[in-house]
Design a protein around this ligand. Structure first.
Ligand code: FE2
Length: 304
């Protein structure tokens, strides 16, 4: 455990979208995420020692048990304790069961030095509650698959409670869906408004670390930085209209409450920055829906 006067170093992996042998990607396209993990692991190991690895959801591409087994075997090799929160691709029960390992946790709160890290589930409203009070995924996986974020009253109350109860001076929020992302496809005004409403109650929050967009980025929300991590599955540069290699983020947390973060992209030769087609760019810019994009692809495949 770090000394109170020391920097805390964290790596953030997000949208790892692990597959089991023989699986194909949801959406039909992605990098070899196990190869991406190897390249990220090599980069992680070449850097300074870490206090924690935060994983911010979309751990498994279809949220299946076998995919979590691949993910857990990979995460167990990381040179620091790992803590994970779920994304829209994950499935509730198998995520919980599949991520639990002696060195991998799904804690909602971790204190390190003078920092309190909150791990937020930004998938509010997805789960059903049975007669015992146990929560389950909906019957139809599609209901959670393409969702943007939702905080919900219960999770907002949990965040307020943990923020107020922690004796740490500084709070940082890890979650799958970043508030107010710049990537148009993932932008959701209602979700941003949920966070905007709760932020006045959270004066110790110094920033957010999220994923989901597959567009590595950094922006400011209500006066604090929001860092968006690259994915392992596929990444996009919306300005250059190209793919980007996979990667992760590194963070340094100062005892006085500042956060620095940088993106590390890995394997430029293996995953070159190919130009993106017009229909992919239209999807990413939010000009067409997933359904419209799928229709265009189906028409093109039928014509060829
Ligand atoms: Fe993702």
């Amino acid at each position: 455990m770090p000394d109170m006067t020391e920097l805390i170093r964290v790596a953030q992996l997000s949208d790892t979208h692990f597959l089991a042998p023989g699986d194909t990607f949801e959406g039909g396209f992605g990098y070899d995420t196990s190869a991406a993990f190897e390249a990220v692991l090599a980069d992680v190991e070449s850097g300074e020692a870490l206090d924690l690895v935060a994983v911010t959801g979309d751990v498994a591409d279809h949220g299946r048990a076998e995919q979590y087994r691949v993910a857990a075997a990979a995460f167990s090799r990381l040179p620091a304790p790992v803590n994970v929160c779920p994304g829209n691709h994950d499935q509730h029960a198998v995520f919980g069961a599949g991520m639990g390992r002696p060195s991998i946790g799904t804690s909602r709160v971790l204190e390190l030095g003078d920092w309190c890290f909150l791990f937020v589930d930004s998938n509010a409203g997805v789960l059903r509650v049975d007669e015992t009070g146990l929560t389950h995924d909906p019957e139809d996986y599609e209901e959670r698959l393409h969702r943007n974020g939702a905080l919900g009253a219960r999770e907002a109350a949990r965040v307020r409670s943990m923020h107020d109860t922690s004796s740490a001076e500084h709070v940082f929020i890890w979650l799958h869906h970043p508030p107010d992302p710049q990537a148009p496809l993932s932008h959701d005004a209602d979700y941003a408004e949920e966070w905007r409403a709760v932020m006045p109650d959270l004066p110790k929050v110094r920033g957010f670390g999220g994923g989901h967009t597959h567009v590595p980025d950094e922006h400011t929300f209500e006066g604090v930085p929001v860092f968006v991590a690259p994915a392992f599955k596929n990444n996009f540069d919306l300005e250059a209209a190209t793919l980007l290699p996979p990667g992760y983020r590194r963070y340094e947390f100062e005892p006085e409450g500042t956060v620095r973060s940088e993106t590390h992209l890995v394997g430029e030769d293996t995953w070159p920055r190919h130009p993106l087609g017009r229909s992919v760019m239209s999807l990413l810019r939010g000009e067409i829906s997933y359904a419209e994009f799928d229709e265009i692809v189906a028409r093109r495949n039928a014509a060829s």
